[in-house]
Write a protein that binds this ligand. Structure first.
Ligand code: DC
Length: 226
């Protein structure tokens, strides 16, 4: 990222549950508009990985939030680096996803990641995906989309994604569906920034939509809002 941010750079907030396709859609929308992209889930995953590597308990709120200030996180040429080590693939494991969901329930951890997330707001604009982009991190986002799909469809997509990454050997589709359901439950039930469609977000259910159709729908909402 190059220039300091005018606070007015537009933000498109795309929130939704795990494996809804929001990351893919958000990246394609960002590419289409020439905007920056923030994968906020990756930050929670990075922090969970850093905590796991240090053998920390994932409910150690003080320890994990302090760790957020210490770790060096870099996004470079499509790769993600943690303390100088490339962890682009490592953070995508189910263990990291579940760990991320656990630390994401801790208020001090969410607070510790707030400024870092906001620093991604750079000209000419930002597409941010996560759970609380529209509700907490960028409440003045010009467009807020709650992008979802049924748990079964999301589990199917996750299985396909893991197979494509060569991580298919050890997976159980039923386990993936159960993980998605319990992660939805934990993300929705937590007291801070729970996963929910905020009042000013519009719903986009992608259960029966292609990626292209979902991208077109977000772009249409953005253009209508400008
Ligand atoms: O989007 P993801 O599956 O990579 O996110 C991993 C976990 O991080 C998810 O279970 C919930 C949490 N998360 C969050 O609480 N808030 C965000 N803005 C993004 C992710």
């Amino acid at each position: 990222m190059t220039h300091p941010t005018p606070a007015s750079s537009p933000v498109i907030a795309i929130d939704g549950p795990s494996a809804s396709g929001k990351g893919t859609v958000a990246q394609l929308v960002a590419r289409e508009l020439g905007f920056h992209y923030l994968d906020s889930g990756a930050l929670y995953r990075l922090l969970a990985l850093a905590a796991l590597k240090r053998g920390m308990a994932l409910d150690d709120e003080n320890g994990v939030s302090e760790l957020a200030e210490k770790v060096a996180i870099r996004f470079e040429n499509g790769e993600i680096l943690l303390d100088g080590e490339t962890v682009t693939e490592a953070i995508r494991t189910e263990a990291c996803g579940n760990g991320a969901s656990k630390i994401a329930a801790l208020p001090a951890v969410r607070a510790a990641l707030l400024d870092l997330q906001r620093s991604f707001r750079q000209a000419p604009g930002l597409v941010a995906d996560g759970r609380d982009m529209g509700s907490v991190v960028f409440p003045d986002a010009v467009v807020k989309v709650f992008l979802t799909a049924s748990a079964e469809i999301r589990a199917e997509r996750r299985v396909k994604q893991l197979m494509e990454k060569g991580m298919g050997d050890s997976i159980s589709p039923l386990q993936i569906l159960q993980d998605i359901r319990s992660r939805d439950e934990r993300d929705s039930a937590r007291s801070v920034a729970p996963l929910q469609q905020c009042a000013d977000a519009s719903l986009l259910d992608t259960s029966a939509l292609s990626i292209d159709a979902a991208v077109a729908a977000v772009l249409e909402r953005y253009r209508a809002a400008c």
